[in-house]
Design a protein around this ligand. Structure first.
Ligand code: CP
Length: 311
């Protein structure tokens, strides 16, 4: 079994069968990860480069762990300690790394389109680990796996994405992934942070967080990028919390079970209160756990190695 594309640049246009295959493969890996020795020889002999031009905790560490669990050789590139600091271009950087014989590249960059650009520079399989305001596909895939585990299905599930939809790559990838899997999606946030044409993606829109809570089975609460407060897109952090912050009081008012997700890092007390993030409503740490299995699945399915080596 293989994916319909040789790279993972985003979830836009990715067929349901591909997403299904990634999630099902991740479930097999979860079983392996629960063993005393959580490691398989599947990608022995393959070399993966983690090319991070932007800070990351969860994505970088879980890709590296996923590669090690699959017995791949891994190399970590950090722009701050590389010759990029001396002005080396991205194309030269990746072509030089490829000259050392690599198979796959995991890339995070602040500029949208860098993963696509890399596919034109080298033959290696490219995996997008977050590119600017474009997409963050493996985050959405681990969100989908976490929802499927919690609810047993994605079809018909009501998921509200709360926060900065305009600048959020997690929101975009989640919308594509959830819609592809038959879930219903609502977006909620300040008018200034929701694209005018978002309904073309088949999502509902509300500017009232209580309405979103009332409607949804699960809330995916996005990080408010604090640097945006200087751009005039919302008046203040305090006002954002008052209007859109997810608090225990708000959830209790809804008088129903609701699942809380967040991709991290959390601004505690801004978009999400600590007593919600750390409550039984929250599956935030399960999301992080699932990140390793999902990334193992993506690495395997793009490696060209037969999945029969799983056990
Ligand atoms: N969710 C996410 O991408 O977190 P990091 O920036 O820590 O990788």
């Amino acid at each position: 079994m293989s994916l319909s594309s040789s790279h993972l640049l985003g979830l836009e246009g990715v067929p349901r069968s591909d997403i299904q295959l990634i999630l099902d493969t991740a479930v097999s890996f979860k079983e392996i990860l629960s063993r005393d020795i959580p490691k398989v020889p599947t990608l022995r002999g393959k070399t993966v480069v983690n090319l991070f031009y932007e800070p990351s905790t969860r994505t970088r560490i879980s890709f590296e762990l996923a590669e090690k669990r699959l017995s791949a050789d891994t190399v970590n590139f950090s722009s701050s300690t590389s010759s990029a600091k001396k002005g080396e271009t991205l194309r030269d950087t990746i072509r030089n790394i490829e000259a050392m014989n690599i198979d796959m590249v995991v890339v995070r960059h602040s500029a949208a389109g860098v993963p696509l650009f890399l596919t034109k520079c080298v033959d290696a399989a490219i995996i997008n680990a977050g590119d600017g305001m474009h997409e963050h596909p493996t985050q959405a895939l681990l969100d989908l796996l976490s929802l499927r585990e919690k609810f047993g299905k994605l079809e018909g599930l009501k998921v509200a994405i709360i926060g900065d939809i305009t600048h959020g790559r997690v929101a975009t990838s989640n919308i594509f992934g959830l819609k592809s899997m038959g879930a219903e999606v609502m977006v909620c946030g300040p008018k200034t942070l929701i694209p005018r044409d978002v309904d073309q993606f088949g999502v509902q829109v509300t500017y009232n967080v209580d309405e979103a809570i009332e409607w949804a089975d699960a809330l995916n609460v996005l990080r408010i990028q604090l640097e945006r407060q200087d751009s005039g897109l919302f008046p203040s952090i305090r006002e954002y919390h008052a209007e859109f912050g997810i608090t225990l009081e708000r959830l209790n008012r809804a008088k129903k079970e609701i699942t809380i997700m967040h991709p991290g890092p959390i601004n505690r007390g801004v978009e999400l209160d600590s007593n919600v993030a750390d409550s039984d409503f929250s599956i935030i740490l399960q999301q992080v756990t699932n990140g390793v299995a999902v990334r193992m699945a993506v690495l395997l399915l793009l490696s060209g190695v037969e999945a029969s080596g799983l056990n």
